[in-house]
Design a protein around this ligand. Structure first.
Ligand SMILES: *Cc1c(COP(=O)(O)O)cnc(C)c1O
Length: 383
């Protein structure tokens, strides 16, 4: 049989009917341990921190979607990030995007800084500039694209080629794009990382993370860290995430079209100074996005002409369909204020230098009727 295509993998990969009962959906194996016939003689599962069949189903499903040999599930996206950094040594250098998930910045700087991990945050729109920052001690190039919250686009293939020449591991946080829109491993990255909390879970009801890779050595190291430090997802969380991935392709199509409608609407609104959405032909990363993604995603950010925090708060407290909340990627539309919410742990000067203005609003555009979303924004912007 030829390899099934994405939508078929989303529904079926890792999830053959249960051999014991015929259950079509993978059971939630709510157990901490497994019977052994004799010491060490078991059916592949010994203790649930190490592995659990519901988690195995999720890992196989995610690996199939990323076109990867291996998938490793974690209890959260930051736990997945944490596991990668724990594979480094004091003195190792991590080169990361200066416009990325605030929790990744906090983890690298505040948690691993004191342990001697040297992290540097730079713009990544110019591959030559990035390559000029490589050091002998650089072990990891940490790419997020589209970036959060400014939706800049990083050329994965160009940076992966440059990093490979220096033996640097390339990690792509693929949370915003999902494997439906972007496949980092096929573009040369070593690890594709996810907060499955977002689009993969898709319903804002579970926290999870994952790493997909074709690299056996990284898989062994990451599984060792997961087992040894314990940030593993429970079976119920794996089940919920799997329930989400089955409809990923359907949801992403709607997220993309709705986001395009919202971006176009905002761009023509008199109170809006600037809209960030890679689907605009004049977006600086548009050509790369059109090449490495099959759609522009469900995220849109914008800045008001009134640059104050108060103006942004007035809009965000005036919506009725959009909910003001952390997170993204669920079926419901959300607003977020990076300056005071997701990116508050980044010092203000660094935040402004990276273009994260006080009146910047990030939208996670859901799968509701686009007309209702536009009317909602119209009402909130009129206040
Ligand atoms: C949310 C998020 C994370 C962290 O994931 P959690 O599941 O919240 O721990 C990492 N990267 C990106 C891009 C995110 O949006």
């Amino acid at each position: 049989m030829p390899t099934p295509r994405f939508a078929t993998l989303a529904v079926h990969a890792g999830q053959a009917p249960d051999p014991q009962t015929g259950a079509v959906m993978p059971p939630i194996y709510q157990t901490s341990t497994y019977a052994q016939r004799a010491p060490g003689e078991h059916q592949g599962y010994a203790y649930a921190r190490v592995s659990n069949p519901t988690r195995t189903a999720l890992e196989q499903n995610l690996a199939a979607l990323e076109g990867a040999k291996h998938g490793i599930a974690f209890s959260s996206g930051v736990a997945a990030t944490d596991a990668v950094i724990k594979c480094l040594k004091p003195g190792d250098h991590v080169l990361a995007s200066n416009d990325l998930y605030g929790g990744t910045y906090r983890l690298l700087r505040q948690v691993f800084g004191p342990f001697g991990i040297d992290s540097e945050f730079i713009p990544m729109d110019d591959p030559d500039f990035v390559a000029s920052r490589f050091r002998d001690t650089t072990r990891i190039l940490w790419i997020e694209t589209p970036t959060n919250p400014l939706l800049n686009i990083v050329d994965i293939a160009a940076l992966a080629a440059a990093a490979k020449a220096h033996g640097i591991t390339v990690v792509v946080d693929n949370t915003f794009a999902t494997p439906y829109l972007q496949r980092p491993l096929a573009l040369g990255a070593d690890l594709a990382l996810h907060s499955t909390t977002k689009y993969l879970g898709g319903h804002s009801d579970v926290i999870g993370g994952a790493i997909c890779t074709n690299d056996d050595a990284w898989t062994e190291r990451l599984r060792f860290i997961a087992k040894s430090t314990g940030a593993v997802p429970g079976p119920m969380d794996c089940f919920l995430t799997l329930r989400g991935t089955k409809t990923l392709h359907l949801r992403m199509d709607r997220h993309c079209t709705n986001a395009g409608r919202v971006a176009g609407y905002l761009a023509s609104h008199p109170k809006v100074a600037r809209v960030y959405w890679p689907g605009f032909p004049d977006h600086p990363g548009h050509a790369v996005a059109a090449r490495q993604m099959s759609g522009f995603g469900g995220m849109v950010s914008f800045v008001l002409k009134d640059e104050s925090i108060e103006a942004a708060v007035r809009v965000m407290t005036g919506t009725r369909v959009f909910t003001l909340a952390e997170s993204l990627g669920g079926v419901e539309s959300l607003t977020n204020h990076p300056a005071t919410m997701t990116h508050a742990s980044i010092p203000r000067e660094e935040r402004l230098a990276a273009g994260l203005h006080d009146s910047l609003i990030r939208l996670s555009v859901g799968v509701e009727d686009a007309e209702d979303l536009l009317e909602d924004l119209e009402r909130a912007l009129a206040r």
